[in-house]
Ligand binder design. Structure first.
Ligand SMILES: [Ca+2]
Length: 477
């Protein structure tokens, strides 16, 4: 439908809208005011109100690195070997043979740039590790960090511009990132070319630092909470500056924007009514705010309940721009254009999250249902990925299941695995088939640190311990 008002076409009939992806880090489903949050977020709320607000947008994973792999490659991150967040110095990274959205768009003549958190390989390059850098993954320009802004969001010392450390910067991370987007437009932008900007803010991931004048907007809250709200407000202001950089150049109509958070909240944030936090495959860890805007082509002022996930971005952008999607690999996302243009989509493959560090380790959404699965495994998980984790990743067998109808039971409280046995079998069978395919494809990393049980115990996060207790009890039933 709506074929004739579809997309502004170039002279040769090829559609080349600009693409901007803006990502928050660790912001919960319920943290934006437009999603029920407390912090002042007028810019992102207006984007959602004028554009398309998704109420069932899922991230690629419950933590940073794999979620970004899902976003940029259109594939379940374990297929590409990103099994968890990438610890500093790890052999695990986004392999060169993966095709990112930036690499997809470059042959179409796009200018490409990355701003903010990277977290897909060592940054800057380390000769010993020799891992693909942003420019080798399709980004012409890059300003950001390997992982988080250090020592905090204030005056970060670890920003790298195009492979070169630039020393201590004065200001807050999100505003520095917005400065760089403006700088890019002033110095690098070539008007005749379309562009793809990937703007990955470090906020509100720890360690949080926020301007005093914004903290003052939240009297009546304790200092830490006020600082967290102010952090989200600061990020919203920075997102507003990125949006203004487009508007002031008259580019907003012909730009497709996608905004989301890379995973659920940790400690401070709000996941709304959802169960679980960052690092878990319950919806609180993976369901995030999701906003699309493309005034020139997508009818706005809509709220959509249809489930989507990060892996849909690459196939959608491929279809939108006419860029050729590689045919030599499996994709897990689908083209969302019919939905974004006002129609419907039919999802022909389930969405699968495989995250060995959590318990349950697996979640799969198909239709209205979410299946969760645990392996019978009592090995304490390490914080970073080790050789023993790698063995587990390649041999995991789901044994205990929970089934939820997440349309009727958004908070995942009523396990239907005993009362809907046919649905359970159907979902289990689909999960096992897809999991085996993913396990087979995922690379086996060499050179990971040796597993140390003591260290592993020490580093277990609280939410993991809670899940583990539940798991161990279930194992004894
Ligand atoms: Ca994150």
């Amino acid at each position: 439908m709506a074929q004739n008002n579809r997309i502004i076409k170039g002279e040769n009939g090829v559609r080349h809208p600009n693409i901007v992806i803006i990502l928050a880090d660790d912001m919960g489903y319920g943290d934006l005011q437009g999603y029920g949050g407390v912090a002042n977020t007028p810019n992102l709320d207006a984007l959602a109100a004028e554009g398309i607000k998704f109420t069932n947008c899922y991230a690629g994973a419950p933590n940073c690195s794999p979620s970004r792999v899902g976003l940029l490659t259109g594939r379940i991150p374990a297929r590409a070997g990103m099994y968890s967040y990438r610890p500093p110095g790890s052999a695990m990274h986004l392999p060169d043979n993966e095709v990112t959205i930036a690499e997809l768009l470059k042959p179409e003549g796009y200018q490409t740039a990355h701003f903010g958190k990277w977290h897909l390989s060592v940054l800057p390059q380390d000769e010993q590790l020799n891992q693909p850098q942003p420019h080798q993954q399709g980004f012409d320009y890059s300003l950001g960090t390997e992982n988080n802004a250090e020592p905090s969001h204030l005056n970060p010392v670890n920003f790298i511009r195009n492979g070169v450390p630039i020393g201590e910067q004065e200001g807050y991370s999100c505003q520095l990132v917005a400065n760089e987007v403006e700088l890019w437009f002033e110095q690098k932008y070539e008007k005749e070319k379309p562009f793809f900007l990937y703007v990955a803010f470090h906020e509100p991931h720890a360690k949080v630092a926020s301007p005093e004048n914004l903290i003052a907007n939240y009297p009546g809250y304790d200092k830490k909470t006020a600082e967290y709200f102010a952090n989200i407000e600061n990020m919203d202001l920075a997102a507003g500056r990125v949006l203004e950089a487009l508007k002031s150049r008259g580019l907003d109509k012909n730009t497709m924007i996608f905004f989301a958070s890379d995973n659920g909240p940790y400690r401070m944030g709000s996941q709304g009514e959802l169960r679980g936090l960052k690092g878990e495959v319950y919806d609180g860890g993976i369901k995030v705010p999701g906003i699309f805007s493309y005034p020139g082509a997508f009818p706005g002022k809509r709220e959509i309940e249809t489930p989507i996930w990060f892996q849909d971005l690459l196939p959608t952008i491929g279809e939108l721009t006419g860029a050729a999607i590689p045919s030599d690999r499996k994709y897990d996302g689908i083209n969302l254009l019919p939905l974004l243009e006002g129609g419907e989509i039919e999802r022909d493959k389930p969405m699968l999250w495989y995250f060995y560090r959590s318990s349950p380790e697996l979640a799969m959404r198909k239709g209205d249902y979410m299946l969760l699965a645990r392996a019978k495994d009592e090995m304490p998980r390490t914080h970073g990925i080790t050789d023993k984790d790698m063995e587990f990743i390649k041999t995991i067998q789901p044994e205990f299941f929970e089934l939820y109808n997440v349309v009727n039971d958004e908070g995942q409280q009523k396990d239907l695995s005993a009362t809907e046995p046919e649905k359970l079998e159907e979902m289990k069978s689909a999960m096992v088939t897809l999991l085996e395919e993913v396990k087979e494809e995922g690379p086996n990393w060499e050179g990971l640190p040796k597993y140390k049980e003591k260290k592993a115990n020490h580093n277990k996060p609280d939410e993991f311990k809670r899940n583990e207790r539940r798991f161990l009890m279930k194992g004894k039933e």
